[in-house]
Design a protein around this ligand. Structure first.
Ligand code: PHE
Length: 467
């Protein structure tokens, strides 16, 4: 019943909630290091072009299909195709993928919580010691922290769209922006910070190779939370008077702005707090960067602002990452939750209860696949290496199925749902869209080169990851 479906209370509320989904660990740590190592300003330019020429149209397509059907991805594909069997597979993929990504993202959010807790309670020195991360992820406290993280997420989700998701985003996102700006100012005013800014921004076009290009697109796609059913679901809670094109552009700007500012925090911090850093040693992996590298960098601040000062800066950083992870996690669990409500007629509480039970099983199994339980740690082998359950979830869902889901939504809106329906939905709340250049660009790009590029990325990832 579309009429009784809950909606976001305001356009700003929607934009903050969607930006909350988009801004995550990928922006705060993955993006800066990736950009700095792969061409600096040149990478930034290419990334921005991808965001606005490829990602924004896909985002608008997801929002339009969601709003029109007033359903999550499962119901959307069913209702807009008259329950076509083939398209139902796309619906399932867009429901299972976020569930599995939620599992994997929960595991990482719990680690962040663990670090936040220790930074606040004065154990920064411990965090900076080699081996701490390994001990934490296989230690018993992880279960207590898992319970706490899930409790917080559910507290937000059970409140519903307006009182839960929107309200928390309205508090968490502005706080996140302020903390980020505060950190950037603090870092940029320290000695030697400019060396980091140079390392981050000086363009080097010679670094822009094939893999860097596809990596940048993958990063942009993931960063805007595309292909996960999230924007379909959030679109279904949007009112008809809000402009989809306008909102999508704002979300993209906020997400890219945060990624850009994160670079002005991370790289100057590395260069300034610990001037001996060799940029060649920076790891590409966000996980090793957050959990093993940055605590050491923060500890180096002890010499200038004392241990308490260093711990305070580290605490703000982990709180920032935790808030970013929390709002992303909320958005991704909302997708299967909404599907259970839409398709099975469950109440919100019942749907969350069922999902949590399932999440707990999978999350515990993934957590235990870091050395606690042998058969989960070496669950299978492919590409010549043993893989844990966590690796599989990451490789299959995070890396591979996301571009496939993106490809399917492009083909769906243009060739199945049809352009005139897409247009009508996008014009609702945005008079200026009709006949605009953007409208023509949407038709052309979503029907031709965007699905083509996503198909190439999908095939390429399958080839690289699994063979
Ligand atoms: N955009 C998020 C990020 O950058 C990706 C994400 C969204 C992951 C939602 C999980 C859930 O981290």
């Amino acid at each position: 019943m579309a009429a009784s479906r809950e909606q976001f209370g305001s356009r700003l509320g929607f934009v903050l909630a969607a930006a909350g989904s988009a801004v995550g660990i990928g922006n705060l740590v993955g993006f800066p290091v990736n950009a700095a190592k792969n061409g600096g300003g040149a990478f930034l330019l290419m990334y921005a072009i991808f965001v606005f020429t490829i990602c924004v149209p896909v985002m608008m397509a997801e929002l339009a299909a969601g709003r029109h059907s007033a359903k999550g991805p499962l119901g959307m594909y069913a209702s807009l195709t008259n329950k076509h069997r083939g398209w139902a597979i796309a619906g399932w993929l867009s429901t299972i993928t976020p569930f599995m990504i939620a599992v994997f993202y929960t595991v990482i959010t719990v680690w962040i919580f663990e670090y936040l807790y220790n930074a606040i309670t004065g154990d920064l020195r411990l965090l900076a010691e080699p081996g701490t991360f390994g001990e934490f992820i296989s230690g018993g406290t992880i279960f207590v922290h898992l319970a706490i993280v899930l409790a917080i997420v559910n507290l937000i989700l059970v409140g519903g769209v307006k009182e839960g998701i929107e309200r928390s985003a309205k508090v968490l996102m502005p706080t996140l922006f302020l903390m980020l700006i505060g950190m950037v100012i603090f870092v940029l005013t320290r000695d030697n910070a400019m060396a980091g800014v140079e390392f981050y921004l000086i363009p080097d076009f010679s670094k822009i190779t094939g893999p860097v290009v596809s990596g940048a697109l993958g990063q942009a796609f993931f960063s805007l939370s595309l292909g996960m059913g999230i924007l379909i679901t959030y679109g279904s809670y949007m009112d008809k008077r809000s402009s989809i094109p306008g909102s999508a552009k704002m979300v993209a700007l906020a997400d890219t702005g945060v990624a850009f500012c994160a670079g002005l925090m991370i790289l100057p911090a590395i260069f300034s707090f610990n001037p001996d850093t060799n940029p060649a040693n920076l790891s590409d992996s966000s996980v090793s960067l957050i959990f093993t590298f940055l605590p050491k960098i923060f500890l180096a601040l002890e010499a200038s602002i004392g241990y308490t000062g260093a711990s305070a800066v580290a605490s703000v950083f982990f709180l920032l990452v935790f808030f970013a992870a929390l709002t992303s996690l909320v958005s991704i669990i909302e997708v299967p939750a909404a599907s259970l409500v839409d398709q099975k007629g469950y109440s919100r509480k019942k749907s969350l209860l069922v999902l949590n039970a399932l999440m707990l099983v999978f999350t515990l199994a993934c957590t235990a696949s870091f050395g606690m339980v042998d058969w989960l740690t070496e669950f299978t082998r492919y590409a010549g290496a043993p893989k844990s359950l966590f690796d599989i979830v990451y490789d299959v869902f995070y890396d591979t199925i996301l571009p496939l889901n993106g490809l399917l939504i492009c083909l769906f809106v243009i060739y199945r749902w049809k352009k005139h329906n897409l247009d009508a939905e996008l014009e609702s709340g945005d008079e200026g869209f009709k006949g605009s250049l953007l409208e023509r660009y949407m038709h052309f790009s979503l029907g031709t080169f965007i699905p083509f590029i996503l198909a190439v990325i999908f095939i390429n990832t399958v080839a690289i990851k699994f063979f």
